[in-house]
Design a protein around this ligand. Structure first.
Ligand code: PAF
Length: 283
């Protein structure tokens, strides 16, 4: 397994693999890999012959005051995990390789509607940064299949829409969230939590499960369900950023006709922002 740092080197390596008739898979990441990322790599390995994992903490998707500087960078450990799982190539560019003229005048990819509200509401410009870097990474590698985690539910919806609208010749695949035994969704940001906060964190997923159970039990006073659940999160010591029920397919607001739903949440524990979601059918 090689680690390459330039676009030209990666293009040359992928083109050799293609000449050998291999199907190319890709898993874009920001590194600090955990079992959730490794599951994405395993899925790509099952579906393709040559898997490229990118590791790039993309400055364009971080807002002012967010954790760009403190985001964990653990390339050596990440390389070992990727070698063990059988990935073929790591692409770890620098910011100047990705944005040689800086980000100011850089072309941006914006995906309206689906980027609005939820994380897009709390993190202005975030999804533009994600869509821009993911389209660059897909254009650099040219994979047949790219795999993303469903923990970032809105991100996956944004990327699917972008790939569809821009006619990108890639199949975008989601992979279910990998969780700790107590239900907490695995995330690089869990490493910021103190022991006390880590003990509280699983309440986020439990709250989403309670909301799903209430809707499945026939309640349709959605705003009241959300108000009560937000209060439970606050009582547990979290500061809810958003909590919302949406149509699972297009993230539109729910009505009584919506059959497939998703409940999504972001909440702060101290300064750490955790996100999670739960898809469910009404019956
Ligand atoms: O989900 C992530 O880790 C990032 O948002 C992604 C998709 C790698 C883009 O930087």
């Amino acid at each position: 397994m090689n680690t390459l740092h330039t676009i030209a080197q990666v293009r040359a390596a992928v083109s050799r693999a293609r000449q050998e008739g291999k199907r190319i898979g890709m898993v874009p990441t920001m590194g600090n890999l955990h079992a959730g990322h490794i599951a994405l790599v395993e899925k790509a390995l099952q579906r393709t012959d040559y898997v490229v994992v990118s590791i790039f903490v993309n400055p364009m998707q971080f807002g002012p005051g967010e954790d760009l500087d403190s985001y964990p960078r653990t390339l050596a450990e990440d390389q070992k995990k990727l070698l063990d799982v059988g990935a073929h190539l790591v692409f770890a560019p620098t910011a100047s390789e990705m944005y040689p003229e800086g980000m100011e005048g850089h072309t941006r990819v914006s995906v309206p509607v689906v980027s609005e509200g939820l994380c897009g509401g709390s993190r202005p410009g975030h999804f533009e940064g994600v869509a821009t870097v993911v389209s660059k990474l897909l254009n650099i590698v040219g994979p047949d299949v790219a795999v993303f985690g469903q923990k970032d539910y809105q991100q996956l919806a944004v990327i699917r829409k972008m790939a569809h609208d821009l006619c990108l010749p890639v199949q975008i695949m989601g992979h279910p969230t990998i969780r700790a035994e107590d239900g907490l969704a695995l995330s690089s940001r869990n490493g910021y939590l103190s022991a006390e906060q880590r003990a509280i964190a699983p309440i986020l997923q439990r709250t989403l499960q309670q909301i799903a159970a209430e809707v499945q039990g026939g309640r349709n006073d959605y705003a009241q369900i959300i108000t009560e659940a937000s209060q439970r999160l606050s009582d547990a010591g979290m500061r809810p950023d958003y909590l919302d029920l949406r149509n699972a397919e297009n993230l539109a607001p729910v009505s009584d006709d919506t059959a497939e739903l998703v409940v999504l949440a972001a909440a702060y524990l101290g300064t750490t922002r955790l996100i999670d979601n739960l898809e469910f059918s009404r019956s």
